[in-house]
Design a protein around this ligand. Structure first.
Ligand SMILES: Cc1ncc(COP(=O)(O)OP(=O)(O)O)c(N)n1
Ligand SMILES: Cc1nc(C(=O)O)sc1CCOP(=O)(O)O
Ligand SMILES: [Mg+2]
Length: 490
C-alpha cells in the first residue's frame, strides 16, 4: 500500500499580484517552500509589476465568503494569514469570519503597497479596529503601526508604546517591523510584544536591492511555522531568519526591485536574529573561549565527592550543580571545587551561582534562561569567565546567541527524571546542532545514556551532558569509561 502523506493547511486572504513579487503569489510560494499547504481567498486582483500598481479590483463580498466557506469546510486551515484587504467592508467581513472560526489568525495590515498605492483611509482604519480583537498576531511596519494607533513613531519607546496600544485593543501579540527606520540605524530591528514575552530581533542591516514581498513572506512564514507546531516566539524568530535568507538571495526579474527568494528552512546562523530585551542592543565581544569545538563528555554533578571521583576518572569538562547549599557552606564548596578544577586543568562550570563564580574566579558558569535576565553578564564577560547557556527552542537559543556565550546547551533531548524539562527530541537536535555549531560548541543534555548516545552523536554534536547516566549507574567508573569510549568512536 502506498504511503499517505498529509500536510496541514494555512488559508491566505490576500490579493493576486500579477508580477508575483508579493501578495497571494508570495504567500503561497512561502507556504509551499515550508512544506505547508496554502489555500486562498483572493481579496482583490491587482495589475502591477516591479515598478507600479495600475489597478486593484476588489473581490465582491459574496465571492469572498464563498471562497472561504469552500476551503474552511474541507481543508480546515489551522492558521489564517490576512494580507491586503481592499476596502472597509472586506475588513468587517474578515472580523466576522475570524470571530467564528477558531485558528491562529495573523494579519499583515497592508496599508500601502511597496509600489506606492495607498489603501489607507479613515473608514478603513476604523474598520480595522474591529478586526484587531480577533487576531493572534499583527505584523505592521512602522508607518502602518503609526496609522493604526494614530500616534507618530520616532523612537524605540514609541515602537513599544504602539505595540502596547495595539495589544490593549485586543490583539494577542504584535510584531512591529523596520526599527532601522528610526534614526537610520545600521541594524535591522523588529519588536515583538506579547503579554508574556517582549523582545527585539536584530541583525546587521542588509542593503538588498531585491526586497519585494518581505511583509507577505514574513507573515506567511510565521503562519507556516506555527502550523508546524512552533510557538509564536519561535515562529517569529524562524520567519525573521527566513526573510533575511530571502533578502540575501533575492533576484531581479523585471525593471524594478525583484522579490526575496524562498530558500527553504533557514540554515545559516548568520540569518538568525540576535534576540534581546534591549532596544539599543549591539553585538558584544564574545565570551572567553573553551579552546575547543568539542567539550566531550560533560557530567553534571552535585558534590565535591562526585567531582573528585570524575576528575580522577579522566573527565575534563564538568559542572557543579548545587541546589541545596547556601551561605558559607556554599562558598566553601565552590572554592574547593574551583581549586580541584584548576589542579586537574579541567573545564569546571558552576551552575546558577554566578556572583560567587565571579568572586572566586571560576573557569566558567552555566546559566538558565531565567538567570540570564538577572545576572551581570557584562561583569562575567569582562572577568574572562566562560559562559554556557541552557536553551530549549529557537527563541531561547537566539537569545543566548545575542550574548555570544562560550557554548550553548540544547535540551532536554529525551524525557528526564532529574528535573522538569521541555523535551526537544532528536529532530530539533538534528536541525539546531549543525546550525549553532557554525559558531559555538554545543552540548546536548537530557535523558542521554549509553543506549541512546549514538543517536545523539549522529546529530553532529560533539558534547553530551549527563547526570543520572553516571550518578545512578551500578558502577560509575564503568559507565563513565563506556560513555567516553562511545564519544571517542563517534
Ligand atoms: C549543560 C547543561 N545544560 C543545561 C542545564 C540546565 O541549566 P538551568 O537551565 O540553569 O537549570 P538548572 O540546572 O539550574 O536546574 C545545565 N545545568 N547544564
Ligand atoms: C539539568 C538538566 N537540564 C536540562 C535542560 O533541558 O536544560 S535536562 C537536565 C537533566 C539532565 O539529567 P539526566 O542526564 O539525568 O537526564
Ligand atoms: Mg541553573
Amino acid at each position: 500500500m502506498s504511503k499517505v502523506f498529509r500536510r496541514v493547511s494555512v488559508c491566505c486572504f490576500s490579493a493576486s499580484d500579477s508580477s508575483a513579487h508579493a501578495g497571494m503569489q508570495a504567500d503561497l510560494r512561502t507556504l509551499s517552500d515550508l512544506a505547508v499547504h496554502g489555500c486562498s481567498v483572493v481579496t482583490a486582483i491587482t495589475a502591477q509589476n516591479s515598478q507600479r500598481l495600475l489597478q486593484c479590483s476588489a473581490s465582491d463580498q459574496a465571492s469572498l465568503i464563498a471562497q472561504w466557506q469552500s476551503v474552511a469546510q474541507d481543508l480546515k486551515p489551522v492558521a489564517c494569514k490576512v494580507g491586503l484587504l481592499a476596502n472597509s467592508d472586506q475588513v468587517k467581513t474578515l472580523a466576522t469570519i475570524a470571530g467564528q472560526y477558531s485558528a491562529v489568525w495573523i494579519a499583515d495590515p497592508v496599508l500601502q503597497s511597496s509600489t506606492g498605492h495607498n489603501f489607507h483611509s479613515p473608514d478603513f482604519i476604523a474598520a480595522y479596529k474591529q478586526l484587531l480583537p480577533q487576531l493572534d498576531l499583527i505584523t505592521p511596519n512602522i508607518p502602518e503601526a503609526a496609522a493604526l494607533t494614530g500616534q507618530p513613531i520616532n523612537s524605540a519607546e514609541d515602537v513599544i508604546c504602539a505595540a502596547k496600544q495595539l495589544q490593549r485593543q485586543g490583539v494577542g501579540a504584535v510584531l512591529i517591523k523596520g526599527g532601522h527606520a528610526i534614526g537610520g540605524g545600521t541594524r535591522s530591528q523588529d519588536y515583538f510584544y506579547s503579554p508574556d514575552k517582549q523582545f527585539w530581533l536584530s541583525s546587521p542591516r542588509q542593503a538588498a536591492a531585491n526586497n519585494r514581498g518581505t511583509g507577505c513572506v514574513m507573515a506567511s512564514a510565521i503562519a507556516a511555522f506555527i502550523s508546524l507546531g512552533k510557538s509564536m516566539a519561535d515562529a517569529v524568530v524562524l520567519a525573521y531568519a527566513y526573510v533575511q535568507q530571502g533578502l540575501r538571495a533575492g533576484y531581479a526579474v523585471g525593471q524594478g526591485a525583484g522579490p526575496v527568494l524562498n530558500g527553504g528552512w533557514p540554515k545559516a546562523l548568520s540569518d538568525y536574529p540576535e534576540v534581546s530585551e534591549q532596544a539599543d542592543y549591539v553585538s558584544p565581544s564574545p565570551f572567553a573561549s573553551c579552546d575547543t569545538d568539542s567539550l566531550g563528555l560533560y557530567p553534571v554533578i552535585d558534590s565535591i565527592d562526585w567531582l573528585k571521583k570524575l576528575l580522577a576518572a579522566g573527565v575534563s569538562t564538568i559542572q557543579l550543580r548545587i541546589k541545596n547549599l547556601q551561605g558559607q557552606a556554599l562558598s566553601e564548596t565552590l572554592n574547593l571545587a574551583i581549586q580541584l578544577g584548576r589542579e586537574y586543568k579541567a573545564r569546571l562550570f558552576i551552575n546558577d551561582h554566578w556572583q560567587l563564580a565571579l568572586q572566586l574566579k571560576a573557569y566558567g558558569v552555566h546559566l538558565g534562561q531565567e538567570d540570564i535576565g538577572s545576572a551581570d553578564i557584562n561583569a562575567l564577560r569582562a572577568a574572562g569567565i566562560r559562559l554556557g547557556v541552557s536553551t530549549h527552542s529557537e527563541y531561547e537559543w537566539a537569545r543566548a546567541h545575542a550574548l555570544r556565550p562560550s557554548y550553548i546547551a540544547l535540551g532536554a533531548v529525551f524525557a528526564t527524571q532529574t528535573k522538569p524539562a521541555q523535551v526537544i527530541g532528536l529532530d530539533n537536535l538534528q536541525c539546531w546542532a549543525p546550525l549553532l555549531q557554525q559558531r559555538y560548541p554545543v552540548t546536548a543534555i537530557g535523558g542521554i545514556n549509553a543506549s541512546n548516545i549514538a543517536a545523539v552523536l549522529a546529530s553532529g554534536v560533539r558534547s553530551v551532558a549527563v547526570v543520572t547516566a553516571i550518578t545512578q549507574a551500578a558502577c560509575y567508573r564503568q559507565a563513565t569509561q563506556q560513555l567516553l569510549q562511545q564519544m571517542a568512536q563517534a
